[in-house]
Design a protein around this ligand. Structure first.
Ligand code: C5P
Length: 223
């Protein structure tokens, strides 16, 4: 069998990418981090010195740049026009501007087009905000992962430290996460929302392994 489409959505730092990577590995599927794609557009715009209000220029840029991953790359590196930007897209400046870029309808149209192309052959775990609702509405497995804002801030803090990324305080991270959730949930186009047919998983008190097992069970039942 060639594998199915697995959509994993949820708010910032709910553990989507960690879990999605492990699930992909278990089933030998490709993993695609769609948040990374919006982050690359944001990085490209900031590098060009564009203002976040300059919608037309940002849209043009989103259509021009080449965002790429290497399927099956265990390090999940991300490239902008062939240059590796894996670390650059995780900086605080990107966190703080990405929701504005992701709210631009024509940017979403372009990313959605690229994401559908990546997912078209199945055997994919794709994570983001609108995968189950908009990008892959027919995905046979849809997961909506949530956790409290405090727990998500704590996880991001620990992760930043481990990666050696300069990190804001726990309180600041929690505020940043809550603000980003609000922007992502209230935007006009493809807001963060649970698809009616998605399985909701509250991961606040679950280990990574427990979440991976839970999703794996759902995939096995569906495959
Ligand atoms: O998942 P991550 O936190 O890296 O996503 C960064 C941002 O990209 C989100 O806060 C959201 O604004 C945007 N995003 C989106 N749709 C997706 C994935 C991410 O709007 N499918």
């Amino acid at each position: 069998t060639k594998g199915i489409q697995v959509a994993i959505d949820g708010p910032a730092s709910a553990g989507k990418s960690t879990v999605a990577k492990l699930v992909a590995k278990r089933f030998n599927y490709v993993y695609c981090d769609t948040g990374a794609m919006y982050r690359v557009v944001t990085l490209a715009a900031l590098r060009k010195g564009l203002s976040m209000d300059d919608t037309d220029q940002i849209v043009r840029l989103a259509q021009q740049i080449k965002i790429s991953f290497q399927p099956g790359d265990p390090e999940q590196r991300v490239f902008l026009d062939g240059d590796e930007v894996t670390q650059d897209i995780r900086q605080g400046q990107i966190d703080n501007n990405v929701s504005a870029v992701a709210a631009i309808p024509a940017v979403r149209t372009e990313m959605t087009r690229q994401q559908r192309e990546i997912a078209q052959n199945g055997g994919i775990v794709m994570d983001g905000r609108d995968i189950g609702t908009t990008v892959l509405p027919n995905a046979p497995v849809k997961i909506f992962m949530v956790a409290t804002a405090y727990e998500r801030a704590r996880r991001r803090y620990v992760e930043n430290k481990a990666k050696g990324i300069a990190t804001a305080s726990l309180e600041e991270l929690q505020k940043e996460i809550e603000l980003r959730d609000k922007k992502d949930s209230t935007r006009a186009v493809s807001p963060l929302t649970q698809a009616p047919d998605a399985t909701r998983l509250d991961t606040t008190n679950l280990t990574i392994d427990q979440v991976v097992d839970e999703i794996s069970k759902i995939i096995k039942k569906t495959q």
